[in-house]
Design a protein around this ligand. Structure first.
Ligand code: ZN
Length: 497
């Protein structure tokens, strides 16, 4: 009798658990470049994210906060702190793990290694190897196993191999096929008893779909794309949560002990806005860096030996030395043949120098922190874009679409009808050919059809927004490297009569 009771008691925990699901909550964000809220303070912000994690954890104890890559760069703050501010803020949010994004390598492998050493969370990168020793990069891990109520969940991380070209990882690193490494690592995790495998990926959606179709992983939480994505390929769901933590993907996983399977999955996109209070500790960390940045913004970063003209009316109606300078930086930094900067990008409506320039001066000229991309366009599209830029010139000298250029020289007559105002266009000295292809640098605003530049929408990217450079940071870097700068008008834009 006594032994029977003992047996029953021994069985009790198993009986109690039989048929019971283990509930795990995953919070996921990707492509976060700012520690403070974005969109004029309305969305995102890592102090709010920290508070959200605590809220969710109070209700669902098995909660993990995951990050899908791209955080150390690009931004004006990172131009100063080399990503240190991001890691400090991530530590304060209680981030549980992160996968490398391509932008993690923008400052080179040594800076990344320093940032990894500061991280209170593991970095995953199953396909990033040292060329010489074949070991994983630095102290990165291929995967992690987390155990909840005796149930093991595997997490693996991979990053797009295009990082080798789009970023600056140096000659020592090798980026292997992300999906081959992900499948291999998923197999290892299952062999170690993982009941479900979650892939943290930083690659484009087409690649995620290929991984999903193999059925090797149960769930893909992605990054690299900056738009909200909720999709399914094969039987594997894929989620990406936009950028800058404007949204947080919440996934609730229910795992059955008996069948050892993921029985169901609920998800929800949580907006991160003013309704979420800020976590006080995280807010302190963020404020500390913002105050340091504010002080640093006033320090000189270079010098101009001529007066810089960033006034609104000239920027939007004729060649200016700031327009030439910016467009030249766009073209040079992307290796494009030509560049167009819409006059409306130049904001401060002020003159500068001759003399020293601070970071704040450059930020006042370029407050949007636009990204610079490179498009593959036909001569016909390039001509249409220039005509569009000149389409309001007769009516208004305040139209933001006016095209400041580099690599291009054009003559126009404002008395001619809209769409036919160009009388002469050359690209690097040769007449513009409608059927030739041109590599053109523009900012993401124009590439997305902003200011009416609809002809750029849908064109092929040679440098995608995901791999793009920060306009403001590139200008600061060019200013520092070329100081003193002396941009002068060279007659690249001429108006008749
Ligand atoms: Zn990316």
């Amino acid at each position: 009798m006594r032994s029977l009771i003992r047996l029953l008691l021994a069985l009790l925990p198993a009986l109690a658990c039989a048929g019971q699901a283990v509930h795990i909550t995953l919070l996921h964000v990707n492509d976060v470049y700012q520690i403070s809220p974005v969109d004029n303070g309305t969305r995102g912000g890592l102090a709010r994210l920290a508070a959200l994690k605590k809220q969710v954890q109070a209700e669902s104890p098995h909660t993990l906060l995951l990050f899908g890559g791209d955080t150390l760069s690009p931004s004006v703050a990172s131009n100063t702190f080399r990503g240190e501010q991001m890691i400090a803020a991530w530590n304060a949010t209680g981030l549980d793990m992160a996968v490398f994004g391509n932008h993690e390598f923008d400052f080179g492998p040594d800076i990344l290694q320093a940032r990894m050493a500061e991280s209170h969370f593991p970095w995953l990168g199953a396909n990033v190897h040292d060329k010489t020793g074949n070991a994983l990069f630095a102290n990165a891990r291929a995967s992690e196993i987390r155990t909840f109520d005796g149930i093991k969940i595997g997490f693996l991380g991979v990053v797009t191999p295009s990082t080798a070209q789009s970023s600056r990882p140096g000659p020592q690193l090798r980026f292997d096929d992300a999906n081959i490494e992900a499948r291999r690592e998923a197999g290892r995790l299952r062999a170690k008893g993982a009941m479900a495998v979650v892939a943290l990926t930083h690659q484009d959606l087409a690649q995620d779909r290929k991984l999903a179709e193999t059925g090797a992983v149960d769930l893909i939480l992605g990054g690299h794309d900056h738009v909200l994505m909720q999709t399914l390929a094969g039987r594997t769901p894929i989620f990406k949560a936009g950028s800058d933590a404007r949204l947080v993907a919440r996934l609730d996983l229910y795992l059955d002990r008996d069948s050892r399977r993921l029985t169901h999955l609920d998800w929800e996109m949580l907006p991160l806005d003013a309704r979420t209070p800020e976590d006080a500790d995280a807010a302190r960390v963020v404020a500390g860096f913002e105050n340091r940045l504010s002080a640093l913004l006033d320090q000189p970063v270079g010098e101009t030996s001529v007066a810089l003209d960033a006034r609104q009316e000239p920027s939007r109606s004729r060649e200016t030395n700031v327009g030439d300078w910016l467009a030249d930086i766009y073209r040079n930094r992307t290796g494009a043949e030509a560049a167009i900067v819409n006059g409306g990008t130049i904001r401060s409506n002020a003159g500068y120098g001759p003399g020293k320039l601070s970071r704040r001066d450059i930020l006042s000229i370029l407050p949007f922190e636009n990204l610079i991309v490179k498009l593959d366009v036909s001569g016909r599209i390039l001509r249409a874009a220039l005509e569009h830029g000149l389409s309001e010139i007769h009516e208004s000298r305040e139209s933001g679409r006016f095209p400041q250029v580099s690599g291009i020289r054009y003559v126009y007559d404002p008395r001619l009808p809209v769409g036919n105002r160009l009388t002469q266009v050359t690209v690097n000295g040769a007449p513009l050919e409608d059927d030739r292809r041109y590599a053109l640098a523009v900012n993401t605003y124009l590439a997305g059809g902003g200011d009416g530049y609809k002809m750029f929408k849908g064109q092929t990217f040679l440098i995608t927004p995901e791999n793009a450079l920060s306009e403001t940071a590139e200008v600061i870097e060019a200013l520092t490297a070329g100081s003193p700068v002396a941009p002068r008008l060279d007659g690249r834009i001429k108006s008749l009569p």
